[in-house]
Design a binder for this molecule. Structure first.
Ligand SMILES: [Cu+2]
Length: 120
């Protein structure tokens, strides 16, 4: 009986790990109200990395860079023609305006940090 319980616990743990690594997708963060959307820059990821915004309206993204490595120093929005230098530990507001509905990528200069604006 005890062995079965241990096996069940093991299965549950495996299920959780599978869910965590393969099945859970980052939630798109929807813009709430008119305030800036904060994006944490740390450990090689933007958090959130997928952000829903309205198309054709200016949106303020507040980058908070915690990663001091040079890799994190720029935020580039190629399709929007925006290049921002992010100071370490000091929030920087970047105003973007995706012209049409669609997905707009933003990255660091080496394209290791990657995020997506989803304009609707
Ligand atoms: Cu980089």
């Amino acid at each position: 009986m005890e062995n079965i319980l241990i096996n069940l616990a093991g299965l549950a743990l495996i299920g959780l790990i599978v869910w965590w690594f393969w099945l859970s997708r980052p939630q798109a963060r929807r813009m709430s109200g008119a305030g800036p959307i904060e994006i944490i820059v740390d450990n090689g990821v933007y958090t959130p990395a997928r952000i829903e915004v309205p198309a054709g309206k200016p949106v303020t993204l507040r980058f908070v860079r915690k990663d001091p490595s040079p890799c994190a120093e720029k935020a580039l929005f190629d399709e929007l023609g925006i290049s921002a230098d992010l100071p370490v530990g000091k929030p920087l507001d970047v105003i973007v305006m995706p012209p049409r509905p669609g997905e707009y990528e933003f990255t660091c200069q080496m394209r290791m940090y990657r995020g997506t604006l989803v304009a609707r």
